[in-house]
Design a protein around this ligand. Structure first.
Ligand SMILES: [Zn+2]
Ligand SMILES: [Zn+2]
Length: 272
């Protein structure tokens, strides 16, 4: 049973709805063992919402509120929305702070919101541009542990598996870079109930394991309580299909593998 959820948003995110104490209570009630609070930092987002404004207070809030929930490993995380234009500034802002895990996300590039691509764009070309931006960021960013939601464009718009398959060379470059740099790949469960997203993530995870990748995190990307742990049954199905029986968690940015088929078994990553 999956007991890790490494992608959760609280009131510290502009679009979050819950205080940390509510999230922690809900996670404990759902018997989660490892969770990460990963609120947004999206510098120069065209919407004007740049996410967490005070990283010190944010980290202190997770630390202080988390003390009441000793049954869970609570990871101090951040979801960094990056692109070519804000990468250096994002790294500088993060550098003085101590996180357990940072997610690298591409929400905006060339001032285009990936969730709302321009209608005239051809879908294969758009996925190509999105993957090129992703490749640049996973190659040049230093302070991240996980590439989040590679199926993000297909979350809000009718992109298909074919749009990804047509860009298989770029997908492979992104995945190879993650493996070489010892970064993890996220299985974001927000849309796993949609068959196209399931198919896209199954294909991506199959490419990833074929290349030798094995560091996968699971995250529900919940912005409200009822979304915590959503579609984890579908995630278990998908992980089984691609033969992954361990998930990755982090402690002070160091990866640890844990079995999701019997989550009492903990294994240190032998290669790290
Ligand atoms: Zn995101
Ligand atoms: Zn998120």
């Amino acid at each position: 049973m999956i007991s890790t959820d490494l992608h959760l948003h609280s009131l510290w995110s502009p679009d979050g709805q819950e205080p940390l104490s509510h999230i922690f209570s809900e996670c404990a009630a759902k018997n989660l063992t490892h969770i990460a609070i990963t609120d947004h930092l999206d510098l120069h987002d065209p919407s004007g919402d740049e996410g967490v404004k005070d990283l010190d207070r944010y980290l202190a809030d997770i630390e202080y509120t988390g003390r009441n929930f000793p049954t869970m490993e609570i990871l101090k995380g951040l979801e960094a929305g990056v692109n070519k234009d804000n990468l250096q500034e994002t790294e500088s802002l993060i550098a003085p702070h101590k996180f357990d895990v940072i997610l690298l996300s591409i929400h905006v590039f060339n001032k285009i919101n990936v969730a709302k691509p321009l209608p005239y764009l051809d879908s294969v070309s758009f996925i190509k541009a999105y993957l090129e931006e992703t490749l640049f960021c996973v190659t040049h960013m230093e302070q991240y542990q996980v590439l989040a939601h590679l199926d993000y464009p297909a979350r809000y718009t009718a992109f298909t598996l074919q749009d990804y398959v047509q860009n298989a060379d770029l997908v492979e470059k992104v995945l190879r870079t993650l493996i070489e740099r010892r970064k993890a790949l996220e299985l974001n469960t927000a849309r796993l109930d949609k068959s196209e997203n399931f198919k896209i993530m199954q294909w991506i995870l199959q490419q990833y394991t074929n290349l030798g990748g094995y560091m996968v995190t699971v995250g529900s990307d919940a912005h409200k309580l009822e979304a915590i742990g959503r579609n984890f049954d579908r995630a278990e199905q998908l992980l089984s299909l691609v033969g992954l029986d361990k998930l990755t968690v982090f402690e002070d940015t160091r990866p640890k593998l844990i079995s999701w088929t019997s989550y009492s078994v903990k294994l240190q990553d032998p290669n790290y």
